[in-house]
Structure formats: C-alpha cells, structure tokens
Write a protein that binds this ligand. Structure first.
Ligand SMILES: CC(=O)SCCNC(=O)CCNC(=O)[C@H](O)C(C)(C)COP(=O)(O)OP(=O)(O)OC[C@H]1O[C@@H](n2cnc3c(N)ncnc32)[C@H](O)[C@@H]1OP(=O)(O)O
Ligand SMILES: O=C([O-])CC(=O)C(=O)O
Length: 375
C-alpha cells in the first residue's frame, strides 16, 4: 500500500518534475532513468551509473572506458587544496571536511559558465573521495597519500585503496561498488532538493553540491548510517540488542536507520545491502554484529512496523570492510554527488526560481515602540 503522504515537511506535494528517478512506485520500487535498482546493483559498475545519471544514457563499452579514463585523469588534488586540507584539525567531522573541500575547489576552479557543468561534475566525482581521504590519512596517520591510483580504475577500489594503503579484495570492491550504486540517486530527498533550490537561483555547481553535503550530514538523512553504527556497536549479542532497543522505544527515541519519508513497507535498497552485509560478516568471522542487526530489524517490524532503510545494514557492511564510522556518510557523498549534479543540470534546463509560500503565524499588526520605551 502506498504511504499516505500529507502534512508537514512538504510531504506529498510535487515540487517539480524529474526524469532521473522514481521512488516508491507501487509502494516499493526504485528506478534510475527507468532502470530497476535490483538490476543496476547486480549488473552495473558505479561509473556506468554516474554516466547514466549525468549524461542521460547507459554508456557503450568504448564510452565507458573513455569515461573511466577521464575520471582517473581528474583524480589529482590541486596543491592549494591539499594545503587547506592539511590545516583542518584531526577531530573535525569528515563531512565538514568534504563541505570545505568542495567549496574550496570552487575557489580554485570556479564554474565560469554552465557550458562547463559536465566537466565540473566529473571533477567533483573524481576528487571528493580523494579530498576526504587525503585529509583523513594526513590527520590520522601523518601520511600524504598519492590520490592518482592509476592501476585502480573503479572508484570503489580507489576509495578502499586510499583508505587502507592496499588494494581491496574482490568481495570488498564488489560491495563498495554496489553501495555506491545504491546511494547514487533518490529523487527529491532533502539534500537533492537543497541542491536544486540552490541551482534555481542560477548559482554555481560547487555551491549546489556544498549545500547538498550540508543537508546530507544530518542524522535524519545520510548521517543515519553513522548514527545506526553508534547505536548497535556497544551491543554484544542479539538479546542485548533487543532489550536495549525495547528500552529506546519505551523512551520514545528515534531509531536511526529505520523508517522512510516515502516508502511504506520496505526500502528496496535494504535487501541488497543486507545480503552483502551477511556475506561480509561470514568473511570477517563476525560472531555478533550481523545477528544484532538482524534482531533490530525483526524487533522494529514487530513493535512498530518500521523497516530498515538504506542506511541500517550499510553500517555493519562498512564496519566489516574496516571503514571507520565517521567515513560512512562521506561515502554517501562520493556516490550522491552524481545524483545531485544530475538534478542541478535538470533544474537548469527548465528553470524557475524555487520560492514557495509560507503560512504566516505571527501577529497581525505590531505597534512600533521607541527603544527607550521598551521593557
Ligand atoms: C538515506 C536516507 O536518508 S533514509 C532516512 C535515514 N534517516 C533515518 O534513518 C532516521 C530515522 N528515521 C526517521 O527519523 C524518519 O523515519 C524519517 C526522517 C526517515 C522519515 O520521517 P517521516 O516521514 O516524518 O516519518 P513518518 O511520517 O513515517 O513517521 C510516522 C511515525 O513513525 C515514527 N517514526 C518514524 N521513523 C521512526 C524511527 N526511525 N524510530 C522511531 N519512530 C519512528 C514517527 O515519529 C511518527 O510517529 P508519530 O506519528 O507518533 O509522530
Ligand atoms: O529519499 C529520501 O528522503 C531519503 C533517502 O532515502 C535518500 O536520499 O536516499
């Protein structure tokens, strides 16, 4: 059954048109430009999805090879950007680092003309992983990593190689690739809408993407994958998880990684990432984290009819690949930048400034009081 969409948060109101994505059609589905997410996550590479979203069609083999080579050629960070990243304190949240990095790249390489929008978008796709990991490895390990990785064509492998200083195994590359596909696009979610509002003023791509990063950061949106990990990490058994979760529900707490603004019964991305989390759990010899996650899923459905969204099983999947929690939402950025940029281009192609109205709730008329007469 489709979710009843009404009330606050602009729920259920159409705020524009898109040819990029459908969410929640027949209560569950997700498509990118008409292609089903199950097929894409199983068959495609993230680079194919980036191309599909940004250029409008699936690339043929030679287009894909050329696109992969283009992205690899755009990976290097400018020296002044590295210098800025080296100034950012170690205890900064990596999402704030990405926000700064994206904005500063816009200072160094401004989008002077909208004719450059594809070049600017590709440059961001290629450099955002390097920005966050250059800073992370410098501030945490004291090393200046090489962000080229010419022998690692996939962004999935590139990210894990920069993080761990060695090439990932095939399973980790495959899961990371699927994860990047799952997170790439989701219609008019909060961060994409932020980017589109910014685009509607005819602002530049870096401003739109920087705004998107700021919106994604919150725990009700992309930040939920980190918040879910923080919640489940202390629980050492499924029984402990169930007891703690019931207590949270009794306290009327929000449980991160559950529920959705549009989907009513399931998030189609959950089954996919859950399957990979199980595989990774077996590979890692995990004896409780996957079981804890599964129990949370069962308890939330039993107690509240709330289901896992895309973020919940991403938490354990990323942990099994040795990814530190504060880098979870930044990975979402590395993926969603493709959706954001595609929406910016779509908004620009048929633009009217986005400017809704408000229902005024203040006083009808207030009499001016001279400053010396105020209480
Ligand atoms: C990739 C993504 O961004 S997916 C979303 C990631 N965010 C999270 O996981 C954060 C936790 N989830 C939530 O806060 C919400 O479910 C949201 C923000 C995703 C959607 O919000 P809404 O559309 O307002 O939720 P919805 O209308 O379905 O809420 C219905 C009821 O369920 C409750 N509810 C919804 N989600 C949760 C949850 N995760 N834990 C506890 N209760 C919840 C709401 O509080 C509301 O109760 P009420 O009627 O007593 O106020
Ligand atoms: O659509 C939403 O509201 C949030 C979401 O799942 C996403 O952005 O991937």
């Amino acid at each position: 059954m489709p979710k009843v969409l009404s009330g606050a948060g602009l729920r259920g109101q159409s705020a524009g048109e898109t040819a990029l994505c459908t969410v929640g059609k027949a209560a569950a589905g997700l498509t990118y430009r008409g292609y089903d997410i199950d097929v894409l996550a199983d068959q495609a590479s993230f680079e194919e999805i980036a191309y599909l979203l940004l250029y409008g069609n699936l690339p043929n083999r030679s287009e894909l090879t050329a696109y992969e080579e283009k992205l690899m050629g755009l990976r290097a960070l400018p020296e002044p950007l590295k210098a800025v990243l080296e100034q950012v304190p170690k205890d900064t949240h990596p999402m704030d680092v990405m926000r700064t990095g994206c904005s500063f790249l816009g200072n160094l390489e401004p989008e002077n003309s909208m004719a450059d929008q594809h070049q600017v978008a590709d440059r961001l796709v290629a450099t955002l992983p390097a920005m966050v990991l250059y800073w992370y490895r410098f501030s945490h390990d004291g090393v200046r990593i090489d962000t080229h990785n010419p022998h690692v064509p996939s962004l999935a492998g590139h990210f894990l190689t920069m993080l761990h200083d060695k090439a990932p195994n095939a399973l980790h590359t495959q899961v990371m690739n699927a994860s990047l596909i799952l997170y790439a696009e989701h219609e008019f979610n909060a961060s994409t809408f932020t980017a589109r509002v910014c685009a509607s003023t005819l602002s530049d791509m870096h401003s739109c993407i920087t705004g998107g990063i700021g919106s994604l950061r919150g725990p009700l949106h992309g930040g939920a994958n980190e918040a879910a990990m923080d919640m489940i990490e202390p629980w050492k058994s499924a029984d402990e998880a169930e007891a703690a979760l019931l207590q949270k529900l009794a306290n009327k707490e929000k449980i991160m990684g559950f529920g959705h603004a549009i989907y009513s019964e399931r998030d189609p991305r959950n089954e996919i990432i859950k399957k990979w989390a199980k595989k990774l759990s077996e590979e890692a010899g995990d004896d409780h984290l996957y079981a804890v996650s599964e129990r949370c899923e069962a308890v939330m459905w039993r107690e509240k009819k709330l289901f896992c969204n895309a973020d919940f099983f991403h938490a354990s999947a990323y942990r099994f690949m040795g990814i530190p929690t504060p880098l979870f939402t930044p990975i979402f950025v590395c993926s969603r930048v493709t959706g954001w940029a595609a929406h910016v281009m779509e908004q620009r192609a048929n633009n009217r400034i986005i400017r809704p109205s408000a229902d005024y709730t203040g006083p009808d008329h207030a009499e001016w009081i001279a400053i010396d007469n105020r209480k």
